[in-house]
Design a binder for this molecule. Structure first.
Ligand code: OFO
Length: 183
């Protein structure tokens, strides 16, 4: 007797999505650790930015959780280890943020590529949200580093850089003009 599969999500794509769940969980933990370091050093605006960013990453993880389970798979709570707790400077925190976001983008693109090749258009479509989100997150991380270059770290520089970084969550990247969104 021919058995009809009860789901269209393949095991291969399910495994890749679980890997991505782990990466989002790591992102959330990484940014939480960065937020804590910033807070202990007196960079309160950067800390707030990173606490919020950590929450967003948890949201990304949960979005994937829901999708995997609703598609008939099993989302797995990832183990998150090897979190870096100390940084040499505020600039290093944001260099690490950009580097991390680029690696997340590459990971998303690889899954999108697999979905297309295996004709899983449902997951391909679902992942488009992440493709757009990654472009925004990379842009914001790059802006943070530009703030260091523009203001300079000497004198009151770091004080002002911290304040400007705190405003980055209000930047409307989708508008493409970098203008803060209306309150
Ligand atoms: Fe989940 O978007 Fe950043 O990592």
């Amino acid at each position: 007797m021919k058995i009809t599969p009860n789901r269209s999500l393949s095991k291969e794509i399910e495994d890749l999505l679980n890997e991505q769940i782990k990466m989002e969980g790591q992102s959330s933990a990484y940014y939480l650790s960065m937020a804590s370091w910033c807070e202990t050093k007196g960079y309160e605006h950067s800390a707030q930015f990173l606490y919020e960013h950590s929450e967003e990453e948890r949201g990304h993880m949960l979005k994937l959780f829901k999708y995997v389970n609703e598609a008939g798979g099993h989302a797995l709570q990832p183990e998150v280890t090897n979190i870096k707790h100390s940084f040499n400077s505020l600039r290093e925190v944001f260099e690490a943020t950009l580097e991390h976001e680029i690696s997340v983008t590459n990971s998303i693109h690889q899954i999108v590529d697999k979905c297309f090749a295996s004709k899983d258009f449902t997951t391909f479509n679902f992942l488009q949200w992440f493709v757009i989100e990654q472009r925004e997150e990379e842009t914001i991380a790059r802006r943070a580093l530009e703030i260091f270059d523009i203001i300079g770290e000497e004198g009151m520089g770091l004080w002002n850089i911290d304040i400007e970084i705190g405003k980055l969550h209000n930047v409307d990247v989708a508008a493409g003009n970098g203008a803060p969104t209306a309150p």
